[in-house]
Design a protein around this ligand. Structure first.
Ligand code: PLP
Length: 355
């Protein structure tokens, strides 16, 4: 549903229509200049050749330092999406189940289904601020459950679990012998500036350069896991992608070395935009105020047909995503706050007028 909308929008753009695209989870900030420079230099100086399937040592070592583990616990992946898929492929067999809070990122269900497994959804509620439903999660665990997918802050709500809620979730999983995969795509964008997640030997980590560093199309991410899983993931790379381009890894390393400054700037921008969005849309749309990231996931006023609303908005030149792409949330929409202030204001005015 989400990916089909993209095609519709691309077709309109090809036909010359100007569209403010708030439907994609893609930051509008540019990749760090030093990363661009490092990528170009790498290409010019011979780093365009095959490399290690697990990733280059300098990048793996720096990531290991950040996450408190060994280089052997780190693999460089072509975007975190591929890393998440590889981990699920290692852990899930036909008929197994993964658990995730809902609403959630569209790709989880698609990945599990493609592996013959089920994604069991644990509903959370807007009325409760999308608060983690830990009791529901614990009750849903059964003999088939192999992994809990923890995405905090979450796509599409931009709400982060409290640290003590995360701890509780991890301890439930440990006590039941189930893996946890922390998809930390948006963690750097928590408005309360969370510390880097440290590898505890149990919780698997998927990280990405896409969001914090504005490097979505570069396709580079990483996973942190016990050594034997990293070996399997590297094997999977060997039979599929071979390796993530070496010059991209040099670029990622140079971005990583400035992470604190870049993440601080991105967080500040996200917070400012969330405030603007909440101020301009909050009176017409019921919404939880985001405490992280760059999404809003409001419910449309009663009686509004989501499909018709999205089409009429597209006519006005604004694209947002249907809530149904993130679970049983047909009356919701996801708005990505990924444009400069002027474009956001124009889009919010159009949303209000379409309502
Ligand atoms: N995880 C979540 C929750 C996402 O929303 C996304 C992308 O939108 C990703 C992971 C994947 O990001 P990438 O493959 O670009 O690293």
């Amino acid at each position: 549903m989400l990916y089909e909308t993209f095609e519709k929008i691309y077709a309109l753009e090809r036909a010359g229509k100007k569209i403010i695209k708030l439907n994609v989870g893609e930051p509008d900030w540019k990749p760090p200049k030093s990363a661009v420079k490092a990528a170009c230099l790498g290409m010019k100086t011979g780093a365009g050749i095959y490399g290690s399937s697990a990733g280059e040592s300098p990048l793996r070592e720096e990531l290991a330092r950040l996450h408190g583990c060994k280089k052997e616990n780190v693999v460089i992946t072509p975007g975190s999406k591929f890393g998440i898929y590889s981990l699920l492929k290692i852990l899930l067999r036909n008929g197994d189940a993964a658990l995730s809070f809902s609403p959630n990122w569209t790709a989880y269900g698609l990945m599990c289904n493609s592996l013959g497994a089920n994604l069991k959804l644990i509903e959370t509620r807007q009325e409760e601020g999308w608060k983690a439903n830990l009791a529901g999660l614990e009750a849903a665990i059964d003999a088939n459950t192999k992994i809990i997918l923890l995405n905090s802050p979450g796509n599409p709500t931009s709400v982060a679990l409290l640290p003590k809620e995360e701890e509780e979730l991890i301890s439930i999983a440990k006590s039941k012998g189930i893996a946890v995969l922390a998809d930390d795509a948006y963690r750097d964008l928590c408005f309360d500036a969370r510390k880097e997640r440290q590898f505890d030997g149990h919780t698997l980590i998927a990280g990405t350069f896409s969001k914090t560093f504005g490097m979505t199309g570069w396709r580079i991410g990483y996973a942190i896991a016990p050594e034997e899983m990293i070996v399997k993931m590297a094997e999977m790379h060997r039979i599929t992608i071979t390796n993530v381009p070496v010059f991209l890894q040099s670029a990622a390393l140079s971005a990583l070395l400035q992470k604190e400054k870049i993440a601080r700037r991105a967080r500040r921008l996200c917070k400012k935009r969330a405030k603007l969005a909440f101020g301009m849309l909050g009176s017409k749309l019921q919404c939880v105020k985001p405490n992280a990231g760059f999404y809003m996931f409001p419910r449309l006023p009663e009686g509004t047909e989501t499909g018709k609303f999205l089409d009429s908005l597209l006519e006005k030149g604004v694209a947002i995503a249907p809530g149904g792409a993130f679970g049983n949330y047909k009356n919701h929409v996801r708005i990505s706050l990924c444009r400069e202030e002027e474009a956001l204001k124009e889009a919010f005015e159009k949303i209000n007028s379409a309502l």
